[in-house]
Design a protein around this ligand. Structure first.
Ligand code: FEO
Length: 173
């Protein structure tokens, strides 16, 4: 059993993960429209991952006898200034999610809610990995620079990162 306050905060987190899933889906669509197929694939995979993050909390709430609520999700932006700006936005969103997870852990600690503290450990590790991944992408984009073929190379680079992520997911199974 967890507190009502904790359940409400976890339901809010469901909304944040759901928004991330929609945001990355919208970004994938923009990338496809711009001919950035590698970036689109990467973002589609990230979008599916965020849906999984949302569902994990959903199932946890059910498991601890609380009511998991389907979130209302606001419409994400559909247009992005550039691929660089888009990935800066992804990184900023991941940082926001990390802050929110940290707040949940702090709340669970005050509540002596060891079940939720244990459940959230997975998210702490996931956020560290996701922030690191997005920083790596931003570093690569910076290295490639603004030359005439830069979009082509950025797309190839992100396609390679996506393939590496897919391979590592396969190894985890
Ligand atoms: Fe589930 Fe990447 O935040």
């Amino acid at each position: 059993m967890i507190s009502e306050k904790m359940a409400k905060a976890l339901n809010d987190q469901i909304g944040l993960e759901g928004y991330a899933s929609y945001l990355y889906l919208s970004m994938a669509s923009w990338c496809d429209k711009e001919g950035l197929g590698g970036c689109a694939e990467f973002l589609h995979r990230q979008s599916a991952e965020e849906r999984d993050h949302m569902l994990k909390i959903f199932h946890y709430l059910t498991e601890v006898d609380q009511h998991a609520l389907t979130p209302s999700i606001s419409q994400p932006p559909h247009e992005f200034e550039s691929v660089q700006a888009l990935f800066r936005q992804v990184y900023a969103h991941e940082q926001k999610v990390t802050l929110s997870i940290n707040k949940l852990v702090a709340m669970a600690t005050l509540d002596n809610d060891y079940s939720t503290i244990s459940f959230l450990q997975w998210y702490i590790e996931e956020q560290r990995e996701e922030e690191n991944l997005m920083r790596t992408i931003l570093d690569k984009i910076k290295l490639i620079g603004d030359g005439p073929l830069s979009l082509y190379y950025i797309d190839k680079e992100i396609e390679a990162i996506n393939n590496a992520e897919l391979a590592s997911e396969g190894n985890e199974e």
